[in-house]
Write a new protein. Sequence first.
Length: 339
Amino acid sequence: MIAEGPCDGLTFVELAARLERDGVNPVHAAALFRHLHAGGAGEFEPPLKRWWEAKSAEIRTTMEVVKVTASADGWTSKRLLACGDGRQVEAVLMGFHGRLTACLSTQVGCAMGCVFCATGQMGFQRHLRPGEIVAQARVLSEVARARGQRIRNLVMMGMGEPLHNYDATMQALAVMTDTRGMNVGPGRVTISTVGHVPGIRKLARERAPYSLAVSLHAASDEERQALIPVNRRWPLAELLDACREYEAHKGRLFIAWTLVDGVNDSPDHARRLAELLRGLDVHINLIPLNPTTGFNGGTSRAARQSEFQKTLREAGFPVTFRQARGLDVAAGCGQLAAG
Ligand code: SF4
């Protein structure tokens, strides 16, 4: 069954089937897919051209750029995008060492309610459709192309919990990693989760070729529940079991830990984290808390951050600080909130 509506959420095979159903030889799918996802210009051959002209209103997902905010350092720009129904999401383009990373949203708002997160503070509005996820990447790709670059990495770390919108996220990734279109290598895709256990297990079962970043932030259920309410539903023991399952399929696993001053940034927290992760092949990303108006936690002090990192390193884990990008435009982790 081929979805009705815009074609930019369709995989190559689905797009070819859609053309065939409309009486166009599916051999034209390559030109159309390239045009939709790789900015291919060029003239279409007559059958495709006729189809394109007849269907132009329903081929692409509408995603209007409402506002662009660029960071002072020039590395990051955030775009507020309006969906067809007027709801808004944010997509962020970040440059690291000259390589561009797109950070995409998967939901309008989020149901997970993490207390430090601006998106969580909005509540859940709705899931994005595959075409709406792909359309964010298309908008950012156009910016990249104008600079003579292309998007190298995708992080599903914008608004929403991607694994709560599993099917749409996977469908969009299948489109965006297709070599005939946007061609982002699957190994350059990271899905971020706050610990959606059924989603992690499904990724493992399906042997998804993407990296997974699990936001832990606390090493006991009691502490974690205070920051991440869904820990009540999927407690740490279950979450770590799911991580082991994911790791067993040889996916790359990252642990994200937001450092909140006086809350989870002591050497004791680091030791307990190391204990919890023992036996897992993980890379730990430390993220100094990004300020949001709805959470009164503070950013961990520099000395405590270094001590935390040192303790984990001594326990044998690779640990890096995730580079803070775009804090001045509220495009850092946990700061996206459609406004
Ligand atoms: S941190 Fe992620 S999962 Fe938690 S509320 Fe924010 S967007 Fe949702």
